[in-house]
Design a protein around this ligand. Structure first.
Ligand SMILES: Cc1ncc(COP(=O)(O)O)c(C=O)c1O
Length: 442
């Protein structure tokens, strides 16, 4: 294995002759999995691999085996693992101060929030840590806006959400999930949410009533299986919200920051929402950093004491978040996601296999919908793992391909060839072509 760097300066690792079948796991690896199972909550069905190291689009397990990362930690690692500029920003800030709380100002917060506002076209940002917290912030803002600005009685505001949504795991948020697994046994849930089909703007119009505060949707539904709505959906929502005085709030925790080939997915349709939720890649793959970004009018519903977070916007997070945004812009990573996304979707669409029902996505964010009777998605992901490529199923039938933006064309070709081979193995039609077993230096 050797390292080089692409035009952005981020490391690219070239891997030759990846073994097609993993050597047996070491005791270190087996013990790590057993320890987690014994002392941890069992709320994840993690893939059986213990990762110990990462650079660029590659990670290594504790036994030294390399994997091409086509998952990017659910888009949290869009910049690639251990991006040198982000690590340097983190280290610089560590030397100064890491956490001061919002009881005081810091010299890092303003520039970070200003960058977020510049890039989104919005006026003000409120930093949090995880995506779910930023969604909760958006919900509080929307409800108070309805009350303070439109005179909707406290406790009666409604928010329209989409079926199949995924906005995080807090009790309020899972309360309006349409997935029974996310809800079972966790009630009672907060009222005030109305669910309509995703992608149907007229259903939103029909659901709007006098107490509707906001429409809250993902521009592309990630966890639902990378579901892309019809062209013009967001623009239609914008029009409907403008006509009715309802807020449009977009959850771009996963779709934002270049994942779809634009800085924000709403930019594909030339609109600006009233409120925007960002997270994941905002932390540059190093820290949990999220934010609610909004018009000044909407953000001004918050006054001292009405919302906050001990860690939200801490100097370390702000320094890394700011650099994460600068790196996306200065290294052309958003354009890279657009260009290489087209390469990825073309390569996956060109595969001919009876198990493939659909290929959909935008930018470096593609889902392949499989017929589980022929090839269960989890089985295919496990086969890819054995062959040195990381992916992850969502909802049993969809495999997501969302590599870091520093991935190369050769690596994409390698990932797709490995997927084809894994599919062939799982579907029982024997091993695929063997040229994917090695990739050459770009
Ligand atoms: C669209 C969307 N919103 C919110 C979240 C929740 O983010 P977090 O896990 O950081 O709370 C996610 C996580 O996958 C997401 O995809």
């Amino acid at each position: 294995m050797g390292g080089s760097s692409h035009e952005s300066g981020a490391p690219i690792v070239t891997v030759h002759a990846i073994p097609r079948h993993r050597t047996p796991d070491s005791a270190v690896s087996r013990d790590a999995i057993a320890l987690e199972a014994r002392v941890g909550a069992r709320n994840y069905a993690s893939m059986p691999v213990v990762l110990g190291h990462g650079r660029g689009a590659w990670v290594w397990d504790v036994d030294g085996r390399a994997y091409l990362d086509m998952m990017s930690a659910y888009s949290a690692v869009s910049h690639g693992h251990h991006h040198p500029r982000l690590v340097a920003a983190l280290q610089r800030q560590l030397e100064a101060v890491a956490v001061v709380s919002r009881a005081y100002h810091s010299d890092r917060l303003g520039p970070f929030l200003a960058e977020l506002c510049d890039l989104s076209g919005l006026d003000a940002a409120l930093p949090m840590n995880t995506g779910a917290e930023a969604v909760e912030t958006a919900i509080k803002a929307a409800r108070r806006h309805a009350h303070d600005r439109r005179g909707i009685a406290d406790g009666t505001a409604q928010i329209i959400v989409a079926a199949g949504n995924f906005h995080g795991r807090t009790t309020t948020i899972v309360g309006f999930s349409s997935d029974p697994d996310y809800r079972r046994g966790f009630g009672p849930f907060a009222p005030g949410f109305v669910t309509v089909p995703f992608g149907d703007a007229e259903a939103v119009r029909a659901a709007i009533g006098p107490n509707t505060a906001a429409v809250l949707v993902e521009p592309i539904q990630g966890e639902a299986g990378i579901v892309v709505p019809p062209e013009g959906y967001l623009a239609a929502l914008r029009r409907i919200c403008d006509e009715t005085g309802v807020l449009l709030i977009l959850d771009e925790v996963q779709s934002g920051l270049g994942r779809t080939g634009r800085m924000f997915a709403f930019q594909h349709e030339g609109i600006t929402p009233d409120g925007l939720v960002v997270g994941k890649a905002l932390g540059g793959g190093l820290l949990p950093v999220s934010a609610f970004v909004a018009t000044r009018d909407l953000m001004d519903v918050f006054d001292p004491g009405s919302h906050g977070s001990t860690f939200g916007g801490n100097p370390l997070a702000a320094a890394v978040g700011h650099e994460a945004l600068r790196v996306l812009v200065e290294e052309g990573l958003v354009e890279r996601s657009r260009e290489l996304g087209a390469v990825l979707i073309d390569a996956l669409s060109a595969l001919r296999h009876p198990a493939i029902r659909a290929v959909r996505g935008r930018g470096l964010w593609v889902g392949v919908d499989l017929d589980p009777a022929i090839a269960p998605a989890r089985e295919v992901c496990l086969a890819m793992l054995r062959m040195g490529v990381l992916s992850k199923e969502t909802h049993a039938t969809v495999i997501r391909f969302a590599p870091p933006f520093v991935v190369t064309r050769d690596e994409i070709a390698h990932g797709v060839a490995t997927f084809r081979e894994a599919l062939a193995c799982v579907a029982g039609s024997g091993p695929g072509q063997s040229e994917s077993s090695s990739i050459r230096s770009a």
